[in-house]
Design a protein around this ligand. Structure first.
Ligand code: COA
Length: 564
């Protein structure tokens, strides 16, 4: 009996990332034989037949396509289960016995329907959790274009507008404000005439499961968790990550957005459904587990090893046993008001707490003499205005930081999970804190080292504006390698910024002030910019911190040094 790669929809670059059986294994119809992964999703391929593995026809890393032979079984049991691999072409009753990993793209016949119901589902939100609907922007009967926002959801990290994805009339909004949603949740249905939108075609493969087996079937890919069963004739629209309307508003995420530099992208856990279920059963956060499988994929043994390590960790007291702050009824002392934090504030607080507890913080302070820099900046005013930008000290600070980071790569780095290796980043993506009415947000200027002062100024202004109007996309807030928190003209003479883990350093900037500086003969009025560098002392020692500050101050004091 041959086990073939099932229909994998429009997924591209599908490779074998795990082989779950060995020659001679006796397996059941529901046992996974391989795990395949595309650019969009991973999926376990179940045997579909019980038997003994006679041969394995693929190897790890092989690129595969629908219908390709993967495993041969010696003894065949004709029964085919739901979610099974596609049977041989001559198998009878194919349509009834096989539930394939069906793509969202509907059949051409369905396309021809004059008016069709289209499902708008919750898209992939990466590692974001606790996603709730915070705003319903359309109502039943509304005529919408594909770009019109139907509703807004918010997670612990982001708020995101969900566009219709195609033009039509709102048939029903299936959620209410405050409802929790997960990837695949049905958000709305539309009456639509005409062609299927691009979004439907580019949706990751979805494996249809009946409501009976959806919760327990191991071969249902994680992407389908929590989604409702569908009417076969319905079409689905899941707005693509990065689609024009997908706006996100991440918190400053001190410690979160681009974590896990160990190989797996931070917003994905590379694990099959069975492993995920094991993780759930054991209460393991798979993001903390290092995968030993191909391309960092987490296998069951990794989860078990992780649990074992956690259980055998020596108890040195302290640790998690931080004494609690007592709960006090403040009403006893006077009138009070309870004001809930915004989600961005509360998740920011969690991230800050995590960074504070995990990073060994040290802060060094210094003043940069920016008298000449400020004089130069003043001369740029007319030119900048003509170019439509406003140049603030921050652009120069970012530029100078990039140069120092290039000279001192351990500041542009993360530590690996074991704290044994530096992960040196060859890119210079600079995050900068923006104060918004919802809380602190940290957009990221990508490849800041390659930008001139005007371009940096433009990006600072654009990203700050997007942050304040909640228009940041996920790409705008991920991947920082170093962060700057500029309190600018807000005030202060210095502060201790908290490292945005897993980065290892952050620069705080306070308000520049004119100070008397001894020039060897007399006191001279100079413009001094207070800088505060916090770093993870596990990664960086005090001497390096000092050198960083000296070099940064030298560059800001004499911008000609940027050309060296
Ligand atoms: N000292 C004195 N003045 C400064 C300054 C500094 N260090 N940095 C900026 N300024 C001036 C600017 O030149 C500008 O003056 P001007 O209008 O006379 O030209 C003014 O302050 C306002 O600048 P701003 O609009 O804030 O631009 P910016 O590029 O300096 O900063 C942001 C942009 C987004 C970083 C800033 O608006 C912001 O949100 N900062 C808060 C960050 C924060 O909350 N950090 C705390 C994290 S814990």
């Amino acid at each position: 009996m041959d086990i073939l790669i099932p229909d994998i929809g429009d997924a591209e670059d599908v490779v074998v990332v795990e082989i779950c059986v060995a020659v001679g294994d006796d397996i059941g119809a529901d046992d996974a034989v391989v795990v395949i992964e595309s650019d969009k999703a991973s999926m376990e391929v179940p045997a579909g037949f019980a038997g003994r593995v006679a041969s394995i026809e693929v190897a790890l890393g092989d690129e595969v396509r629908q219908g390709q032979l993967i495993v041969r079984l010696e003894e065949a049991d004709a029964q085919v289960t739901k979610g099974a691999a596609a049977p041989p072409a001559d198998a009878p009753d194919e349509a009834e016995t096989v539930a394939e990993a069906a793509p969202a793209e509907p059949s051409p016949e369905a396309n021809a329907d004059p008016e069709t119901t289209v499902r708008v589902e919750m898209p992939d939100v990466g590692e974001a959790t606790d996603v709730v609907v915070i705003e319903i922007s359309a109502k039943k009967g509304d005529r919408v274009t594909s770009d019109d926002v139907l509703l807004v959801v918010e997670s612990d990290k982001a708020s995101m507008e969900i566009p219709a994805g195609m033009a039509g009339v709102v048939q029903e909004i299936h959620v209410a404000e405050g409802d929790p949603v997960v990837e695949g949740s049905l958000l709305a249905t539309l009456f639509v005439q005409g062609a299927i939108p691009e979004t439907a075609k580019t949706r990751p493969p979805v494996q249809e499961t009946s409501s009976d087996d959806a919760s327990e079937t191991e071969d249902a890919p994680e992407t389908n968790d929590g989604s409702e069963t569908t009417d076969e004739t319905d079409k689905k629209v899941a707005p693509e990550p990065g689609s024009p309307k997908r706006a996100a508003h991440l918190t400053n995420d001190k410690g979160g957005v681009d974590s896990d530099e160990s190989g797996a992208p931070a917003d994905r856990v590379y694990a099959g459904p069975a492993v995920r279920r094991l993780g759930r059963e054991l209460g393991v956060d798979l993001k903390q587990v290092r995968g030993s499988g191909a391309r960092g994929r987490i296998v069951k043994d990794d989860v078990k090893a992780f649990v074992k390590t956690q259980l055998t960790k020596p108890d040195r007291g302290g640790g998690g046993g931080i004494p609690e702050v007592p709960a006090i009824d403040f009403k006893r002392f006077g009138e009070i008001e309870l004001q809930p934090m915004t989600r961005i504030q509360s998740s920011g607080a969690t991230n800050l707490h995590r960074s504070w507890l995990n990073v060994v913080h040290v802060t060094q302070h210094d003043d940069a003499d920016v008298t000449e820099m400020e004089a130069f900046r003043a001369t740029l005013k007319g030119e900048a205005e003509a170019a439509g930008v406003k140049v603030t000290p921050l652009a120069f600070i970012i530029k100078a930081c990039c140069q120092v980071l290039k000279a001192m790569p351990t500041f542009n780095a993360s530590l690996d999970a074991q704290g044994r290796n530096f992960i040196l980043k060859k890119y210079y993506h600079i995050g900068f804190a923006v104060d918004t009415d919802q809380g602190l947000v940290v957009p990221v200027i990508r490849n800041a080292d390659q930008l001139g002062i005007f371009d940096l100024s433009r990006q600072i202004a654009d990203l700050a504006e997007k942050a304040r109007t909640r228009k940041l996309g996920l790409d705008d807030v991920q991947g920082a390698s170093f962060t700057i928190s500029s309190l600018g003209n807000l005030g202060g003479t210095g502060f201790t910024p908290i490292v945005n883990a897993p980065e290892v350093a952050i620069l705080g900037v306070s308000r520049l002030a004119i100070q008397p500086v001894w020039n060897g003969e007399t006191f001279e009025p100079r413009k001094l910019l207070p800088l505060s560098l916090s770093y993870d002392h596990r990664a960086i020692n005090g001497a390096e911190g000092g050198r960083f500050m000296v070099m940064l101050c030298d560059l800001l004091k004499d911008l000609r040094r940027l050309t060296l």
